[in-house]
Design a binder for this molecule. Structure first.
Ligand code: ASP
Ligand code: MG
Length: 421
């Protein structure tokens, strides 16, 4: 008998009706002859509401108490779901992170899972019980409750699937799968049949808000197949996330995304000598500022200075603002230029490795739309361009057309995959 881990997000368990619907999805999997371990998020906006409540009490809540508070959200949904299953005639038991043996590091509110003792879960499975585990939480040294960071239930699900040697980890939400691009902007965006872990990670980083990147990272390390599927369309198998070696890469580009949440900063006329970039980025990292694209301009001999441009998240701007004086002083820079009229458009595809001309085609496509590129960055399987914000949607539409992301039949699967129910 094989084991499937199913994870249901907040929208899937938002009301008692929806919890009963989730119970049906679990029973369907159970009736297929599989053992099932379920991970749940908190109902609807519960976590947001709990955070709001804490802010009404204090502007700087203690992290330990925040974890005590936030961990309650998942306990509500897990117990209601177990009750629904028991009411439908099935054996079910709900477990907190602690009871499920999920051990984490000590850092409250962003703890990482370090180990899962599966003894208790396995005992319940042997007893033919459906095990419902509270997502997003664990226990650290000293028996303190921890949480894994926002969206962390996805990570709980993948970690459990790996520890239990599951056949697959299914992530259910209100979206039907992973799309080639944002269907709100490109109406003809296509649902992908498959996507590789690396592509999913890149897409998650460039703004596609489907999965918690950490869970994809650990699925990749453990070669755990994942499905992103809808809890409202149970017959639809959604999108399968697998290793790139299991995919037929017949298209160079798999997906495209746009991110409006960054600003560009240019530090002008930094003297071209060893150590200046290190000084700048050490300073930024000491304030916990993470930087995305970085470009250093060519130093002309006449001036012997460089400009260094980079992007950061808009929400981090106050941290940067506090460092401005120090940066100018430390680097003897001539000025700092801030540009918030930017959007980052990216194309992602494992098939672009060893295929020349993809970057040229991207730039050509933007040129034909008369869109100026302000900054470019690349990885092995991604190309990102910064453009003026007003062009972000038209850039995305044009790129989807150019790279055939708005047509049917986007990806093919090679051979047999462990996905057929
Ligand atoms: N309930 C938590 C959150 O809203 C964890 C999750 O949903 O994955 O962030
Ligand atoms: Mg979530």
């Amino acid at each position: 008998m094989s084991l499937i881990v199913q994870k249901f997000g907040g929208t899937s368990v938002a009301t008692s009706e929806k919890i009963k619907n989730v119970a049906n999805a679990i029973i369907k999997e159970k009736n297929n002859g599989n053992d099932v371990v379920v991970v749940v998020s908190a109902m609807g906006h519960t976590t947001d509401n709990l955070i709001k409540l804490s802010k009404e009490i204090t502007s700087s809540p203690c992290a330990r108490e925040m974890d005590m508070l936030l961990a309650t959200g998942e306990q509500v949904s897990m117990s209601l779901l177990a009750m629904a299953l028991i009411d439908m005639g099935y054996n079910a038991v709900s477990l907190t992170g602690y009871q499920a043996g999920i051990k984490t590091q000590k850092n409250h509110m962003c703890a990482r899972i370090i180990d899962i003792d599966t003894t208790r879960i396995n005992k319940h499975i042997l007893n033919n019980e459906i095990v419902i585990v509270a997502g997003f939480q664990g226990i650290c040294e000293g028996n303190e409750i921890t949480t894994l960071g926002r969206g962390g239930s996805d990570t709980t699900a993948v970690a459990l699937a790996c520890a239990l040697n599951a056949q697959r980890c299914d992530i259910y939400s209100d979206v039907e799968g992973v799309y080639t691009t944002d269907p709100r902007i490109v109406k003809t965006a296509q649902k992908l049949k498959t996507i590789s872990y690396d592509e999913m990670l890149e897409l998650a980083r460039v703004g596609a808000n489907v999965l918690h990147p950490r869970c994809v990272e650990s699925a990749k390390q453990n070669k755990m197949p994942m499905r992103v599927r809808s809890s409202f369309k149970l017959d639809d198998m959604g999108t399968l996330i697998i290793g790139v070696d299991e995919m037929e890469l017949n298209k160079p580009v798999t997906g495209a995304a746009v991110d409006n949440s960054q600003i560009r900063i240019v530090i002008c006329d930094i003297v071209d000598e060893p150590g200046n970039a290190a000084k700048l980025f050490n300073l930024l990292s000491s304030s916990d500022l993470s930087v995305d694209m970085i470009i250093q301009s060519y130093a002309r001999h006449s001036k012997n200075t460089n400009d260094i441009a980079f992007t950061i998240s808009k929400s981090d701007y106050p941290k940067f603002d506090a460092l401005k004086g120090k940066i100018t002083e430390l680097l003897k820079a001539d000025g700092i230029f801030i540009d918030d009229d930017i959007a980052k458009v990216s194309i992602v595809g494992a098939g672009m490795i060893d295929r020349p001309g993809i970057a040229a085609k991207m730039f050509d496509t933007l040129a034909k739309e008369n869109i100026n590129i302000k900054m470019i960055s690349t990885s092995e399987i991604k190309i990102s361009c910064l453009v003026e914000k007003k062009y972000c949607n038209s850039a995305l539409v044009a790129l989807c057309k150019a790279f055939e992301l708005d047509g049917a039949d986007v990806a093919q699967v090679k051979g047999d995959l462990p996905d057929v129910d």
